[in-house]
Design a protein around this ligand. Sequence first.
Ligand SMILES: Nc1ncnc2c1ncn2[C@@H]1O[C@H](COP(=O)(O)OP(=O)(O)OP(=O)(O)O)[C@@H](O)[C@H]1O
Length: 190
Amino acid sequence: MSTPKTIIILSGKRKSGKDFVASLLQEKLDPNRCAILRLSYPLKSQYSKDHGLDLEKLLDASDFKELYRADMIRWGEEKRNQDPMYFIRAISSEPGAEKPIWVVSDARRRSDMDCLHQLFPNIILSLRIHAEEIVRRERGWQFVHGVDDAESECGLDGYNSFDHHLENDGDVNKLNDVIDNILRSHHLLS
Ligand SMILES: Nc1ncnc2c1ncn2[C@@H]1O[C@H](COP(=O)(O)OP(=O)(O)OP(=O)(O)O)[C@@H](O)[C@H]1O
């Protein structure tokens, strides 16, 4: 199993900008040293095999994944109930996991945080990303029953152990400054 030097965990509501922030972080930290890994990757990989779907389309930013989101959530819960570490262990086999810095861009549940801290103690920096509902709507978000009120979306709402909170309402310059300051304060950027 690959063991990185630093893991930056991102959490936030749908369309809060997790992927956007993950890309900014990877650029700042150097793509040769920093990989974006997703807890949803092993889930989508196995789900696509079981259901005869195109994995690339489930992974990309298009709305294709929205057709399957509710069922993938149900299927993922079943797997997690059988083995809470299932998806956490699987990320260390993802492409890029050999790099020393991981950005895990989609923590969604209390168990994701607990398992990551348990498996990789003392190297985790956790960031919660916030965006106003109106901004998320402009980015294409709509409330969906079974998705936006499910544990996968709300499981970390009350989690109060994030290392930092980021506002991502659209001012990219401000966002860049905040991210730079966080990285500097953790000696990840000079
Ligand atoms: N600060 C920003 N400035 C401009 N565009 C942004 C910003 N943040 C996010 N976006 C855009 O908003 C859209 C949604 O962002 P993103 O995909 O990063 O959200 P997400 O939290 O990963 O969503 P999901 O949980 O649905 O995967 C994307 O098109 C992204 O490029």
